[in-house]
Design a protein around this ligand. Structure first.
Ligand code: BGC
Length: 336
């Protein structure tokens, strides 16, 4: 359990949660730690469940089904990940169409983030609609499903825009080589694009992970010329503008957490107008994106995927996952 903004109060409790009838029940394998979880636990982001003073953290999950209702399409032993967001109760036009990732009124809920307990439990459950079946051979690597769903949605946005602009993307720039950037690069390579990844590090596993995909690694954005597509995963204002300058379509998938004014070069805006460029923001993912993300993982080289999971922390020491080590890409919590 965590109290947002109070990392010292993070605890592991022994508490049995009864699964609502009709849910798929899952024995957890791993939960993934991402920047949002750090913001919740350290900086106080997130919303507690109504009437509660703490929250079960984590929204990246993988586990095995232990019980499933008849007709749910799931059976004991299935490898699954849970969907993060739940539609708002109103519902808004987007949520009414099950496109909760485009929720219009902000009344959606998110497991481990907004008003709902997360997947940081040894056993969790979800209604069948919010369970995503995974290739059984992924095993623990299924923990990458949620981040893969985020980049799958980014690529879908790229494809929609490219189609309407009569562009067949051939080159892509990915800024930031964290888990999101690396998975975005994977999906770009799988789509046959020439992929350039820019990050500031020159040590650790990231440069080699990029090269192992057959993509190009750069420490300097100036080494990359014009590209058809960019997926911006840093959120850093200066990187963001230089990315938009280079790409016909840019999807913004990173958050800066920065405040205050930054200098803007107006020629970037002129370029957006004169070249019919698109800049699209994206957060969260819909069911189709989870499927696309899960399929991308299933098609990926297992050794490469395993290289993304750089550290595994036992549940009783889960707060150790908050501290960033130089070589970290994705840190996971062992829930077995
Ligand atoms: C998660 C999304 C979520 C967003 C905002 C991200 O870390 O991957 O599913 O919508 O945080 O809460």
């Amino acid at each position: 359990m965590v109290v947002p903004g109070k990392p010292d109060l993070a605890t592991v409790v022994d508490h049995e949660v009864e699964a609502p009838p009709g849910d798929v029940q899952v024995q957890a394998l791993l939960a993934g730690m991402c920047g949002t979880d750090v913001e919740i636990i350290r900086d106080g982001f997130g919303w507690l469940p109504p009437g509660r003073d703490s929250l079960v953290p984590f929204h990246e999950s993988v586990g095995r089904v232990v019980a499933a209702p008849d007709g749910s399409g799931f059976a004991p032993g299935d490898l699954v990940a849970g969907v993060v967001r739940r539609p708002d109760p109103e519902p808004c036009p987007a949520c009414a169409a099950d496109a909760w990732d485009f929720c219009r009124n902000g009344k959606y809920q998110e497991r481990g983030i907004k008003e709902l307990d997360g997947y940081g439990m040894r056993r969790w459950s979800v209604p069948p609609k919010f369970a995503v079946r995974l290739d059984p051979s992924l095993g623990d690597l299924g923990v990458l499903t949620e981040p893969a769903s985020i980049v799958a949605k980014a690529w879908t946005q790229v494809e929609r825009r490219s189609e309407s602009a009569h562009v067949k993307p051939r080159s892509a720039l990915i800024t930031g080589a964290g888990p999101i950037g690396l998975l975005a690069a994977l999906l770009g390579v799988q789509r046959g694009l020439e992929v350039h990844v820019v990050d500031r590090v020159d040590k650790g596993p990231k440069p080699d992970l990029v090269r192992a995909l057959g993509a190009h690694y750069h420490r300097d954005l100036d080494e990359v010329g014009e590209v058809d597509v960019a997926i911006e995963c840093t959120g850093a204002a200066n990187v963001l503008w230089e990315t938009v300058r280079r790409a016909s379509t840019t999807v913004l998938a990173g958050l800066s957490g920065e405040h205050g004014p930054v200098p803007l070069d107006p020629s970037v805006f002129d370029g957006i107008v004169l070249h019919n460029k698109a800049v699209v923001g994206t957060v969260n993912a819909g069911l189709a994106d989870y499927r696309t993300g899960a399929d991308a993982l299933a098609a990926a080289d297992r050794t490469w995927l395993a290289g993304l999971v750089t550290r595994k922390v036992p549940l009783d020491r889960f707060t150790e996952a908050l501290d960033k080590h130089d070589d970290d890409v994705k840190v996971v919590i062992d829930l077995t």
